[in-house]
Design a protein around this ligand. Structure first.
Ligand code: GLA
Length: 387
């Protein structure tokens, strides 16, 4: 939905034009999965799919929220009192924007209320960070309107806090940073320990390549226990190894670390995934920087095997996308995002992408799975003011 429509939607709801309109994208992660809460490396890029928010300030401690996609229970405007915002008191979509307002105020920023109308083109529950897009668009709008002067990485941190504490999902920092900091035509190489970042040019079209996203339509939910269990398992691994985070296990010290973990097979598998995945991110960065883009394909596929076999967060639909795409000639394929459903990415020669997409659709039909949503991803811009 365009900025103009969202602006008009706001005026129709609240009886006046908004002070401005902001937009924040969803993301796919090229490589670096479940490394962000281990202080490791990630490499997401922004999608053209975004959440758009028309926003005006209020000074009476009231937050009014409306979404064109996700109307409140009564289908109308949801009105909340800022003083009554309470972590984990809200199980609906409004917890995300309300959580951001809560996190800003809790950090001492003078946000006194707002009227907000939203519309999103980011598919929800598809592992494409619809939640982060929603959080970041609100944080950026309020940062601008209330003159808070926060930098993008700070906004990302506050959004993560909103999601961890207010919503109650124990996610890392990748998605919010991707939505806030990505640049068009680039993937974001992010060190989640200190949030240092490098924009890596990622222009597939120039090399005759394309990247498909396949949304399996299997819904994932991070507040569910499995994501949290992996996180706790990783923390246990770090504690047993005497390091602050699994990031601190050197690549060439992995075998020794695994030996030290003895017969705790579950923790060994988690540790092996995280350490090898950090290394895969660095390998992908090196390949892209030396112009060997096609060579990242097998690294992506290795990443999938690690998530499937060691981290154990794939599902039959994701595996079917990967197996079918590879059998049909893809350069590489892997699940992306938190797992347990959601989306996969497929890297392929431009000329082969249509055949590949069809092969995946046919395989889903033959397996009696819900038809997937297949689209091409071109790295888009991060969050911004649009009018
Ligand atoms: C979700 C979380 C991220 C990250 C990924 C897995 O998207 O929100 O913080 O942990 O899963 O890489």
């Amino acid at each position: 939905m365009g900025a103009q429509q969202v602006r008009e939607g706001f005026a129709a709801l609240y009886g006046a034009a908004p002070e401005g309109v902001w937009s924040a994208p969803g993301r796919v992660n090229l490589i670096g999965e479940h490394t962000d809460y281990n202080d490791g490396f990630v490499m997401p890029f922004a999608l053209p799919h975004a959440t758009t928010a028309a926003v005006s300030r209020r000074d009476d401690g009231v937050l009014r929220l409306h979404s064109a996609n996700l109307a409140g229970d009564a289908g109308g405007v949801v009105e909340l009192s800022l003083d009554a915002l309470e972590p984990q008191s809200d199980r609906s979509w409004t917890a995300y924007p309300a959580g951001v307002v809560w996190a800003l105020r809790e950090a001492g920023h003078p946000v006194t209320g707002a009227d907000i109308h939203l519309a999103s083109t980011v598919p929800s529950g598809a592992g494409l960070s619809s939640s982060a897009a929603l959080e970041v668009v609100i944080a950026l709008a309020l940062n601008d309107l209330f003159g808070l002067g926060l930098q993008r990485w700070q906004l990302a941190r506050l959004c993560q806090r909103a999601e961890n504490v207010y919503v109650g999902a124990p996610t890392g920092i990748m998605d919010q940073t991707a939505s806030a900091c990505c640049e068009a035509g680039h993937a974001l190489f992010l060190d989640t320990r200190d949030l240092s970042q490098r924009q890596i040019p990622f222009d597939l079209a120039a090399e005759g390549l394309r990247l498909l996203v396949v949304d399996t339509r299997v819904k994932h939910a991070h507040s569910d226990g499995e994501y949290g269990k992996r996180r706790v398992g990783c923390e246990k691994g770090a504690a047993l190894l005497g390091v602050d985070a699994l990031r601190d296990v050197p690549y060439d010290g992995l075998d020794e670390a695994l030996a030290r973990l003895g017969d705790d097979e579950e923790v060994r598998r988690l540790v092996r995934h995280v350490v090898t995945e950090d290394q895969r991110v660095e390998r992908v960065v090196a390949l892209l920087e030396s112009g060997e883009t096609r060579a990242i394909g097998p690294v992506l596929t290795e990443g999938h095997a690690s998530l499937r076999d060691d981290f154990r967060i794939s599902c039959p639909e994701l595996d079917l996308v990967v197996d079918t795409a590879l059998a049909a000639g893809a350069l590489g394929a892997r699940m992306t995002g938190g797992g347990f459903g959601g989306s996969a990415i497929v890297l392929a020669e431009a000329a082969e992408v249509d055949t590949l997409g069809k092969a995946v659709e046919e395989a889903f039909a033959a397996a009696d799975f819900t038809a997937p949503r297949v689209f091409e991803a071109v790295p888009a811009a991060g969050a911004r003011r649009v009018s």
